[in-house]
Design a protein around this ligand. Structure first.
Ligand SMILES: C[S@@+](CC[C@H](N)C(=O)[O-])C[C@H]1O[C@@H](n2cnc3c(N)ncnc32)[C@H](O)[C@@H]1O
Length: 406
């Protein structure tokens, strides 16, 4: 509220205020952000826990605020490395306990749940471990009991947004748009759509149920009520003809068996005059030279082709759209790119790719079906690590985009 008011006038928040806020955060943290009992994995007194948990929340809030401020002013953001070991805000039941007895019982349960050590905020940051089974299990355990504040912090870790992934479509979204987002994954783009269409609604669908819990949590952490998520297949959409104003996919057509059939289905469910929007990757480039990344591109491309997929099809989606029934003159083409160059961006992109090369469905299939040896996967993972650590490193990804009018 403070940040966005007064309307039209100069913002009340300026550099001086941000410096004062950071000074406050520093002073809040100076006398400690843990109880001695917490560090010994014992139950602290209710009072000391309230003080220390509130301090942690206050400091996290100030960091969040500063990150919004920096982003808005196009200033660089940074990973709050000094907060690395601080416990992530949890847990809803503890925070909501109204008397000592309830709190003590909940705290005992909480300690049992976290016998392997409480979740630290840095475990939510993207890193080489993010994709590991152990890290995912810990994050999921934390999400199950986090409150709205925790989810706000978690939400900031979903890198893909409507702004960085769908800029070509945004001018066409109105406050009343009815939008279908197919292959929505963890829903970070879908929830952005929902907040841009407050009197409209968004339906996100996914082939597999796994990412949908995270998507629902994200939507509820943002207080959105105009969005729902369902399981469904893009090849046969479970909606009547002419239902949506906008039907959208981002990096989905490259993964599926029959993109033309998928676009036909998208065309069927969009209203006359509505828009089918698609954005798919096309070409990639990076610096410095990196054999591991070269091998990654080669193996992922060969694997996708062998499975009948169409890797990086951004340059031909307009052709598929025409085959699906759209007139070429009603297909608007554009390009949009991603660039990973700051340390955080390199960490997000290179870290997650490196983790996939070590242990994931991709690594398992590559090994089992003879696309790569264990040594090759290790060298890919090392390549991504080198990229993350390279101060001059950057990775660019060009997408093809289409807006098709029915
Ligand atoms: C690269 S992810 C993109 C996720 C999301 N659109 C984003 O950009 O953040 C591709 C998604 O397509 C989904 N998908 C694959 N085949 C599908 C199908 N037949 N129908 C619907 N979704 C599908 C996958 O489960 C996966 O979540």
């Amino acid at each position: 509220m403070l940040y966005f008011s007064p309307r039209g006038g100069p913002s009340l928040v300026n550099d001086k205020m941000m410096i004062t806020l950071m000074e406050l955060a520093f002073r809040t943290a100076r006398n400690g952000l843990f109880c001695t009992a917490e560090l010994a994995h014992a139950r602290p007194t209710w009072e000391s826990w309230i003080v220390v948990a509130a301090k942690r929340r206050a400091v996290f809030t100030m960091y969040l605020f500063s990150s919004v401020y920096n982003t808005d002013r196009l200033l660089p953001n940074f990973v709050a490395d000094e907060m690395r070991g601080v416990y992530a805000p949890g847990n809803k039941a503890l925070w909501e306990a109204e008397d000592r007895e309830t709190w003590s019982k909940e705290y005992d349960r909480f300690m049992l749940r976290w016998e392997d050590g409480m979740l630290e905020i840095s475990e939510l940051w993207r890193s080489a471990e993010t994709g590991s089974a152990e890290r995912r299990e810990r994050i999921e355990r934390w999400v199950q009991s986090a409150d709205e504040f925790g989810m706000t912090i978690f939400g900031t870790h979903n890198w893909r947004t409507a702004s960085n992934s769908t800029a070509y479509l945004l001018p066409h979204i109105s406050s009343t748009s009815k939008i279908l987002d197919i292959g929505c994954g963890p829903g970070s783009i879908s929830v952005d759509f929902a907040s841009r269409a407050p009197q409209g609604n968004v339906t996100g669908i996914e082939y597999v149920p796994d990412p949908l819990d995270q998507a629902r949590e994200l939507a509820s952490s943002k207080g959105l009520t105009n969005i729902e998520f369902r399981v469904g297949d893009i090849h046969s959409l479970d909606f009547p003809d002419n239902t949506f104003d906008i039907v959208h996919v981002h990096q989905v057509l490259q993964h599926i068996a029959d993109p033309v059939k998928a676009l036909q289905e998208m065309r069927r469910v969009v209203k006359p005059g509505g828009i089918v929007a698609a954005r798919e990757s096309s070409v990639m480039t990076w610096y410095p030279e990196n054999k591991g990344i070269g091998a990654w591109l080669d193996i992922t491309t060969r694997m996708a082709k062998a499975k009948g997929g169409n890797p990086h099809p951004g340059r031909l989606i307009h052709v598929w759209a025409e085959q699906a029934g759209f007139e070429q003159s009603r297909i608007q083409k554009s390009t949009g790119s991603w660039c990973f160059s700051t340390p955080e961006e390199r960490q997000y992109w290179g870290g997650s790719m490196g983790a996939r090369a070590r242990s994931s469905g991709f690594a398992k299939t590559a090994l089992e079906e003879g696309f790569a040896t264990k040594e090759e996967l290790e060298s890919i993972s090392d390549g991504w690590k080198e990229f993350v650590d390279a101060e001059q490193g950057w990775f660019g990804l060009l997408h093809g985009e289409i807006l098709c009018r029915k």
